[in-house]
Design a protein around this ligand. Sequence first.
Ligand code: UFG
Length: 325
Amino acid sequence: MKILVTGGAGYIGSHVLKALLKAKHQVITLDNLQKGHLKAVTGGEFIEGDLADKKLLNQIFQKNKIEGVIHLAADSLVGESMQNPAKYYRNNFNNGINLLEAMVKNDVKNIVFSSTAAVYGEPKEIPIKEDNPTQPTNTYGESKLFFEKALKRYQQIHDLNFISLRYFNAAGADPEIEIGEAHSPETHLIPLVLDTALKIRDKIYIFGDDYPTRDGSCIRDYIHVNDLASAHLLALKALANGHKSAIYNLGNGAGYSVKEVIETVKKVTNCEFEVEVSARRSGDPAVLIASSEKIKNDLNWQPQYSELEKIISTAWKWHQSGGFN
Ligand code: UFG
């Protein structure tokens, strides 16, 4: 298939791109390189551009017989989204609508969307199922939820088919160490702990140890980025085969606390480093664990990396290699 991947130079996008290339799809990557890395684009055609550019979007669809879109381009910093909401409404919602309009205009019917567990907000029950209430506590989650709502409308009005994938905590790196996580600034727990193991940082802070959890620190559901990638391929294939529009969670179904992540990093890296408990980070739910039964049942998704140690080992190899530097 000929696929357009938006945000294909980013962390998750580049792993999706690599999986598509391995499966012999033809891929066009569109990325504005604001957060992404050109080195993360390991094949196919690359177009540097922004979803704000309606003319460019139209040209891409007019010039190419695109059969499906995987839409990952977005801003994704929760903290920033609460300081600059307009950026998130514009880039994640408005510009996403430009993409949908260009698809409709050029009769492209299938889209896989990169959504997030942040659409749920503070969960009402654990594990979180797809039909749980969606009450995002930050603009980032809200912008993604708005786009999911737009997808439902476009389906109703324009027969656009979508699969929205709500990621929990993406982690790990390509086991071939060609690509991996490289954010600037980095805010995610696992890469920050690995940087601490490498002495790039002095210490790691645990943001609160007074949560109602087994050890007082927050619990998250870490999913290997290649398991995320494989879900995108299954989703795209399902849509091509006439699968109806759907929303799926993507997680491991197992939760690990911040303290457990830190201990696992120590074990995997064999490095000692300083750990300090600091204040809670605002807006952090105590526990986020996905139920991913729906995608397992519907699309036969089978994650390959269920253990945290395995996930962290791939990230550690990538970090040791120096990343894209
Ligand atoms: N944490 C620390 N110290 C740090 C960094 C993080 O204790 O230095 C803690 C956080 O408080 C949180 C956990 O580690 O409890 C994981 O934090 P991350 O920043 O790695 O990930 P989040 O769970 O905050 O966010 C992730 C994605 C978001 C998405 C969200 C959905 O990065 O894009 O999951 O819940 F919105």
